[in-house]
Design a protein around this ligand. Structure first.
Ligand code: NAD
Length: 483
């Protein structure tokens, strides 16, 4: 869908008008393109006392081919960077009086060793010096330890404080910059300590790559936890086609977000089976043809569908199942009909439960597989006229949180993305005022694209994301709604 305000203020005339009227100027976000380098430029590295993740970080930055500069507070960086053959220099704060300043693409701060609130000063020192040097559409990543696993109340307190800093940085930085916090469990990098590269990959590499990449253009203000579940990726692992040889299923794949998910998973090497209602067969066939996928024209809510999906996939099995299909039937609860209530809960929530039960029971979803569900910020914040929709999407969150521990025994992860305002046919149907509010009330001052949701799902589906389960990641440009 078209955001004409964004297009206007990024034209030469529109930019002048926006400047003189002091109108917000949403940045044209830098998104992943297959014909442009995914990673380039400089990462500025900062650290608190006793940082524990710099070695793993240096390995990742070296492998993705970025260079680095170290802030004065990160003295441990230079020898580690040298060990990984990573080019590095000293970070020099930008001179506000100089016209053109050396820009960095990303700011990464290792806060894992912070054990007391007084040590949060180190974050101030780094971001006070460095934020101005960050390029538009730049990346901020803060690395910490999960507060509830901390040894002392003081450490827990200080680690919890990182959320406030990271989220505020996202709101302050603007200019298409994202800011995210990654809590890394002690042990998620344990094999990295033995300097085994595949160990590093099994811990934090897929997540660092995602948050440093243009693929995460519309993900900001998020807190992600990486647990200790290992996923050994061989040294010859192809990061450009992480899903090579895998089979993925996407529901609601005929159009919108589902079609984008199908395209991204296929581009990453998966064979995709798309499911959509029989009425959408033409569109589904067209999408599947573009990616050499397989079309299954099934209504996910029909009672026989779970068994039909299992039968259709049984022989080859599934590695990644994406529950994307969803509908809205909006009315305030006093005016809502009972079928409208039931239908939305059934398609958006109960159908997912029935399908997963069937696939898990039949063993169709392979051990070590991935389930990714599409929730919504409506399920987090609630919305006028959406009691049914918000119930279904909050239920999806409950499903993810409750199933994660059960599925861990089979090394299957289950996570959800919660999109904010995404430009699709669903949001194009909204009344203008609500649509404009949804678009602008976030740190990016614009709606997201279906591909932003799709890329986030691909990161959760990645073989290297075995340590991420039971989590909800918003793809909302740091929306103020439900924040
Ligand atoms: P869309 O309406 O463009 O596409 C939804 C697809 O699901 C359609 O192809 C539709 O035919 C299919 N579908 C609906 N019922 C089905 C059924 N019973 N069986 C099989 N397929 C069925 O919507 P979208 O905007 O692409 O949304 C995709 C998902 O993202 C939905 O779950 C939606 O709730 C969620 N979401 C969207 C937004 C947004 O801003 N667009 C925001 C938050 C969450």
């Amino acid at each position: 869908m078209n955001d004409s305000y964004l297009n206007f203020v990024n034209s030469p005339l529109g930019a002048r008008v926006a400047r003189s009227l002091r109108l917000p100027k949403p940045e044209v976000l830098r998104r992943y393109r297959a014909d442009a380098p995914e990673f380039d430029g400089i990462v500025a590295v900062g650290a608190g006392p006793s940082p524990q993740l710099l070695d793993a970080l240096a390995g990742v930055i070296a492998r993705i081919g970025m260079t680095s500069v170290a802030h004065a507070g990160a003295s441990a960086w230079v020898p580690l960077a040298n060990r990984h053959g990573l080019m590095t220099g000293r970070f020099e704060p930008a001179d506000p009086t100089a016209g053109s300043q050396a820009r960095v693409r990303a700011l990464v701060f290792d806060a894992s060793g912070i054990a007391d609130s007084a040590q949060l000063d180190t974050l101030y020192a780094f971001f006070h010096d460095a934020l101005r040097s960050l390029d538009k559409c730049g990346r901020i990543v803060v690395l910490g330890r999960p507060p509830d696993a901390c040894a002392s109340p003081r450490q827990w307190t200080a680690q919890r404080a990182l959320e406030g800093v990271t989220r505020s940085l996202g709101k302050e930085a603007r200019r298409g910059i994202t800011s995210n916090l990654v809590y890394v469990a002690d042990g998620a990098k344990s094999s990295a300590e033995s300097s085994n590269d595949s160990g590093i990959q099994s811990g934090i590499e897929s997540t660092l790559r995602f948050f440093l990449s243009p693929r995460s253009a519309y993900v900001s203000g998020q807190v992600v936890r990486i647990g200790t579940a290992p996923s050994a990726l061989g040294d010859d692992f192809d990061w450009s086609r992480p899903l090579a040889g895998q089979r993925a299923v996407v529901t609601g794949a005929a159009r919108g977000i589902g079609a984008a998910i199908a395209h991204v998973l296929a581009a990453q090497g998966a064979h995709v089976t798309g499911i959509d209602v029989p009425a959408a067969t033409d569109a589904l066939d067209a999408t599947m043809r573009q990616i050499s996928g397989t079309a299954l024209p099934f209504d996910i809510a029909a009672p026989e569908t779970p068994a039909r999906i299992a039968a259709a996939l049984d022989e080859l099995g599934v590695d990644v199942f994406v529950h994307n299909a969803g509908i809205t039937k909006d009315k305030t609860i006093a005016k809502m009909s009972e079928p409208a209530w039931r239908n939305v809960i059934d398609i958006n929530l109960s159908a997912q439960e029935r399908i997963d039960d069937a696939l898990l029971e039949a063993g169709t979803l392979r051990d070590g597989g991935r389930i990714v569900c599409v929730s919504s910020i409506g399920g987090i914040a609630g919305n006028v006229g959406q009691t049914n929709y918000a119930a279904s999407k909050a239920g999806v969150i409950g499903r993810v949180q409750s199933m994660a521990p059960h599925l861990a025994k089979r090394r299957i992860t289950i996570n959800a993305v919660a999109p904010g305002f995404i430009e699709t046919q669903m949001t194009a149907k909204m009344p203008l005022a609500i649509r404009e509010a949804g678009r602008r009330m976030n740190s990016m001052s614009q709606g997201g694209q279906p591909v932003d949701v799709a890329q986030t799902i691909a990161w959760l589906a990645h073989p290297g994301s075995a340590g991420i389960t039971g989590q909800i990641v918003r793809v909302c440009g740091q929306s103020l709604i439900g924040a």
